[in-house]
Design a protein around this ligand. Structure first.
Ligand SMILES: Cc1cc2nc3c(=O)[nH]c(=O)nc-3n(C[C@H](O)[C@H](O)[C@H](O)COP(=O)(O)OP(=O)(O)OC[C@H]3O[C@@H](n4cnc5c(N)ncnc54)[C@H](O)[C@@H]3O)c2cc1C
Length: 382
C-alpha cells in the first residue's frame, strides 16, 4: 500500500539511508550477532549522516524533520538484518522524545546535541525484576537529600542498557502515594554518576546484537536539576510517550514481517522440490497468500495510524490494537517462513532462520499483547 504521507524529499532521504544500511550495516549483521552488539562508532556514523533523531530542532543540531523521517529510518534499519540497530530506533523515537517533550531548556541544550551526533546513547529504564506490566509497582526509590536524590534500586531488560550514557529512569519519589502511580518521577541519570553501574548484558533467545542489560543504583547521587519535568508526574509522562513507543514498535514489527515475506517468496520461487518451485505446491501457495494477506492488512492499518498520528489525532485505542495484532502476526509469519525454507530455515546464515528469535520480543516489549487488550477493553468499556 502506497503511503500518502511521503513526498519527493522523503524518497531521497529513504534512498540515502537504504544505501547506508546496505553498505555499513547489512554486511556485518551476522558478525555483530555473534559479537553480541553493534560497534560504538556505528552510532557516530549514523549521527554524521543525519539519521539520529532527524526530528530534533535545528537549534539543538537536528534537522527539524517530521515524523515521516522517523518512520523511514525505522523502515530501512528494519531491513538491515541486524536487530542491534533497533537500539538506534529506540533512542531516536522512544527515549530522546522524553527530553524533548518534558525536559527544560537547560536539559535540552545539554543533552540533545549529543543525542543527535552519536556522543550520547540513551536508555529508558522502567522495568524492574519485580515490576514490568505493573509500572506503578516499581521499587527503585529516590529520596531527596539537599541538592540530590539518593537513588537505590535495579532495572532489567533495558534496551541500550550496557552502552547507554544517559538513562531516563522511572523512580519512586513518594512510595506512600495513593494511588501509587502518583509517586513516580523520572530522573535523567548520567553514566559516571556515583552509585550508577551497569549489570549483566542479558543473553536472549534472539536479537543477539541488541544491547539488553541491567542497571544498578546503589546510593546513586543524582543532582536535583536532573529531574525531568515535575516530581510525581512521571507516570503521566511515561503514559504520554508510550503511544509513540507502541507505534514505533508496531512499525518495526510490520517491517520485519514484510522483509521476511519478501525473502521467503524469493526463496520459494527459486527452490524446486519434486520438479517445481516450492511456492507452486498448492499448500505452500495458500500459506504464502494467507501470510501476504495478513501483511497487507497490517500495512494498511499501520499507514492509517501513522497518518492519524502525524495529523495529531488520538491513537491510544487503535495503536494498542495494532501493537498486539501486528506483533503477533510477525511471529506467525516468521515461524511459517522458516518452515518454507526447510532445513535452511534452521541455518543461521539464512536471515529468515534468525527471524523467529529476533521478533519474539515484539509481543512483550512496550506493553505485552495482554496489556494491549486490557487497554482496548477498558476504552471499549468492557
Ligand atoms: C528485548 C526487550 C527489550 C526491552 N526493553 C525495555 C526497555 O528499554 N526499557 C524498559 O523499561 N523495559 C524494557 N523491556 C521490558 C518490557 O517492557 C517488559 O518485559 C514488559 O513490559 C512485561 O513486563 P514483565 O516482563 O515484568 O512481565 P509481567 O508483567 O510479569 O507479565 C507476565 C505475564 O503476565 C501477563 N499479564 C500482566 N498483567 C496482566 C493483566 N493485567 N492481565 C492479563 N495478563 C497480564 C503479561 O502479558 C505476561 O504474559 C524490554 C523487554 C524485552 C524482552
Amino acid at each position: 500500500m502506497e503511503a500518502k504521507f511521503y513526498g519527493e524529499e522523503h524518497n531521497i532521504f529513504r534512498k540515502s539511508i537504504k544505501d547506508f544500511v546496505n553498505k555499513e550495516i547489512k554486511p556485518h549483521a551476522e558478525k555483530w550477532d555473534e559479537d553480541r552488539g553493534i560497534p560504538r562508532d556505528l552510532w557516530h556514523k549514523v549521527g554524521a549522516q543525519g539519521y539520529l533523531c532527524p526530528w530534533v530542532d535545528e537549534k539543538y543540531g537536528g534537522a527539524g524533520g517530521g515524523f515521516e523521517y522517523s518512520v523511514i529510518v525505522h523502515e530501512e534499519l528494519g531491513r538491515s538484518e541486524c536487530p542491534g540497530v533497533s537500539g538506534i530506533g529506540i533512542h531516536n523515537d522512544i527515549i530522546v522524545p522524553y527530553i524533548h517533550h518534558q525536559g527544560n531548556e537547560k536539559q535540552k541544550e545539554k543533552y540533545l546535541p549529543g543525542c543527535v551526533n552519536g556522543d550520547i546513547i540513551t536508555a529508558v529504564a522502567m522495568t524492574e525484576p519485580e515490576a514490568g506490566s505493573d509500572l506503578a509497582a516499581i521499587r527503585t526509590k529516590a529520596v531527596r537529600d539537599g541538592d540530590h536524590y539518593v537513588v537505590n534500586g535495579q532495572k532489567t531488560f533495558i534496551s541500550n542498557g550496557i552502552n547507554c550514557n544517559l538513562a531516563v529512569t522511572a523512580v519512586k519519589t513518594d512510595p506512600k502515594a495513593d494511588p501509587p502511580h502518583k509517586g513516580i518521577s523520572v530522573l535523567l541519570i548520567e553514566e559516571g554518576t556515583p552509585g550508577f553501574s551497569k549489570g549483566r548484558l542479558l543473553d536472549k533467545t534472539g536479537g543477539h546484537s541488541m544491547d539488553t542489560g541491567e542497571l544498578v543504583f546503589e546510593d546513586c547521587l543524582v543532582p536535583v536539576e536532573n529531574l525531568l519535568g515535575e516530581e510525581g508526574r512521571g507516570f503521566h509522562y511515561l503514559m504520554y510517550n508510550l503511544q509513540q513507543e507502541r507505534l514505533i514498535l508496531t512499525i518495526d514489527a510490520q517491517v520485519a514481517a514484510e522483509y521476511v515475506m519478501e525473502k521467503t517468496i524469493d526463496y520459494c520461487k527459486t527452490r524446486t522440490v519434486f520438479g517445481r518451485p516450492v511456492s507452486s505446491h498448492q499448500h505452500n501457495t495458500f500459506k504464502i497468500v494467507e501470510m501476504a494477506t495478513d501483511v497487507e492488512i497490517g500495512r494498511t492499518f499501520l499507514n492509517s495510524l501513522i497518518e492519524d498520528f502525524i495529523e495529531g489525532r488520538d491513537i491510544t485505542m487503535r495503536v494498542s490494537m495494532a501493537k498486539w495484532w501486528i506483533s503477533e502476526m510477525v511471529n506467525r509469519v516468521a515461524y511459517h517462513c522458516t518452515q518454507l525454507h526447510g532445513g535452511y530455515g534452521c541455518m543461521k546464515e539464512y536471515y529468515v532462520a534468525r527471524a523467529p528469535g529476533d521478533v519474539r520480543y515484539m509481543t512483550i516489549a512496550a506493553g505485552t499483547t495482554e496489556i494491549m487488550k486490557v487497554i482496548v477493553g477498558n476504552i471499549m468499556g468492557l
